[in-house]
Structures are given as C-alpha cells and as structure tokens.
Design a protein around this ligand. Structure first.
Ligand code: ZN
Ligand code: ZN
Ligand code: ZN
Length: 328
C-alpha cells in the first residue's frame, strides 16, 4: 500500500476496487461458461473482503497509517529511545482477522455467513467446475447481508454503486432462501431431542441445500439425506453424522481450539462419534444410549467422559482397578 496516510482518495480507491470486483463476480456468475465460475468466486470473495477493509479505513482516524489499520502482522521495534509497534510484513488481514478488527474498532459484527466466504476462498483451487455454479450461488447469497451491512457502514447505496449486479444478488439470495426453507421443511417431523438445530452441510460439495428424502419420516435413524446441489446421498450413521456436524461442529471446533473436550464424543455403546454431551443434551443421536448413574465403587457421577466402555456401571478408573485384581 503506497500511501502512508489514510485520505479520502485512498478510501475512494478501496471502495471503487471492491465494487468493481463484486460487479465482475456477478458478471462471471451470470455467464454460462463453467470456467468463469471460478473467477466469479474469486472476484466475489475479494470484493467482499475489500469492502470490509474499506469500512475499517473509514472508521480509523484520518491521517492514520493504512497498514496500521489493515496489516496482518505486527512486531514490537525499538527506534532510538522509542518503543513502537510496526507492521511486520506487507500482508493484509484475512476474513477471520477482519471479524476481529471490526470488534476491536467497535464496529457492528459483519452480518451474514462470512465463514461460507472463507470456505469458498479455501475451496476455490479445488472447485470442480460442475459444482462451481451452485457453490458460487450459495456464496453470493451468504455474502448478500454482509455486503449490504458494509454499504450501510460506508453510508453508500448498493443499488447506486452496483446497479444491475445488486438486483442479481438480491434475486439469487431470495431464491436460495426459498430453497433452504424447502429443505428445512423436510426435517420438521424428525423426533430430535430438545429440537436440535438442523443445519446440514453436504460433505461432498459443501452445499447447505440438503433435504430429507422422506419428509414424513420422524425416526432419526431412518433419515436418508439427499444433497440438492450435487445429488449425493447419505443414510444410516453417515446421515446422522452430517446432522451432528451441522448442529455441533462449530461448538466442537471452538472447544478443541481452547483445549477442551466435547460436545461430540465416541459413544460407549455403539462406538460411533455421535454421542452429544453438553448442558442441554446427553445422548447418542444414533443408538439412543444415555450414560447415567454413578460408579458402583466410588459413587462418582458417570458421564460419557469417564464411563467405562466395557462395564457401564463403573468409572474407567475403577474398571481398570477391577481388571487388575482379576488377573492377580
Ligand atoms: Zn452436495
Ligand atoms: Zn451410540
Ligand atoms: Zn469409580
């Protein structure tokens, strides 16, 4: 970034480039050329991120160093007698850092599904062209509220800036919403503990447009899933795994990142990684087994984390002690 200071020209330039990328993304998307779907995804993701960066620049005090606002890495440096924090490279923030910087700047959290955008950016290089259009369509729909929120923060009108491209985005978003609602309806009868959220994501193509093949079915174990986007199907424990991942994958990821366990565990009864234990749920979503009661030796309350896999009436420690005694 050549300018050392934030000026209205710099902000105009960033915003202009963001809008140009979004427009190109929509044009690529609308072409029937499968190869251009990759370019659509790339332009679209870049435009959204750039517009978010423009929001940060807009919120920073005038005359600040733009790299202090958008830099990804900083190092403490001694200059003369002064201790200063300086950008450590020319790299600028990614989507994850953008979210954090919005918080640090006291800006409202970006709306919409930015994770979808991150995944798309990561998937761009491996996109199969036959899956491209649907992925791009879903990313556009997911970014719609985000882009709208960024325009609001910048005090600009998306219709004026994006014109026909904005109308296309609007149409794609409402179509995707209708499709998603249609999919959600197919799970209405499912007898799920504490009415767990159903947010499936196709493990083959990443689409959220996953439906239950038989909407009349209420038994979780009998669920057969079909992805409306790539047509792949899952049943039995693999179908439950898709639903478990959608409902608890985020929570499990955050727990693991913080060095904690749960809420997804291996089931001591059926062995599948489909046992859920958190403050609201304590059951295997596949076989229905629930760890309950207390260890018959020490009286400690049993949970999926400490129950013995062979003898469900003992804690794993006392099951170990018992087995030692048996072989003495
Ligand atoms: Zn799929
Ligand atoms: Zn089980
Ligand atoms: Zn015990």
């Amino acid at each position: 970034m050549p300018n050392k200071k934030i000026t209205s020209d710099l902000l105009q330039g960033l915003t202009h480039n963001a809008i140009a990328s979004l427009r190109m993304g929509v044009e690529d998307y609308q072409s029937n050329d499968a190869d251009r779907q990759l370019s659509a995804a790339r332009n679209f993701a870049a435009g959204t991120l750039l517009l978010g960066k423009a929001c940060l620049v807009n919120a920073a005090p005038p005359n600040s160093d733009p790299m202090a606002v958008l830099g990804a890495k900083f190092s403490p440096v001694i200059e003369g007698n002064e201790f200063v924090i300086k950008p450590a490279s020319a790299a600028t923030i990614d989507v994850e850092q953008l979210k954090k910087r919005f918080r640090d700047f006291g800006l409202p959290a970006p709306r919409g599904d930015l994770d979808r955008l991150t995944k798309l950016r990561n998937a761009i290089e491996h996109l199969h062209t036959d899956q491209g259009p649907q992925q791009v369509k879903e990313a556009i729909a997911a970014c719609f509220p985000t882009v709208l929120g960024f325009f609001e923060l910048l005090g600009r009108s998306p219709l004026e800036d994006l014109g026909a491209a904005w109308e296309t985005m609007q149409a794609v978003e409402s179509f995707q919403k209708e499709e998603a609602a249609r999919c959600a309806k197919t799970f209405e009868a499912v007898d799920w503990p504490n009415s767990l959220p159903i947010r499936p994501e196709c493990p083959e193509c990443g689409s959220a447009l996953v439906a239950q093949k038989n909407p009349a079915n209420s038994d979780p174990v009998m669920i057969k899933l079909r992805c409306l986007s790539c047509g792949s199907e899952k049943d039995d424990y693999q179908a439950i795994a898709v639903l478990v991942e959608g409902a608890f994958g985020g929570e499990a990821f955050r727990a693991a990142r913080d060095g904690a366990n749960g809420p997804i565990y291996d089931c001591p009864e059926c062995g599948h990684s489909l046992y859920i234990a958190n403050s609201e749920v304590n059951t295997c979503l596949y076989c229905g087994y629930e760890v309950d009661g207390a260890c018959s030796v020490c009286g400690e309350r049993l949970g999926v984390g400490n129950v013995d896999w062979e003898d469900h009436s003992l804690c794993s420690y006392h099951a170990y002690v018992a087995s030692k005694e048996r072989y003495r």
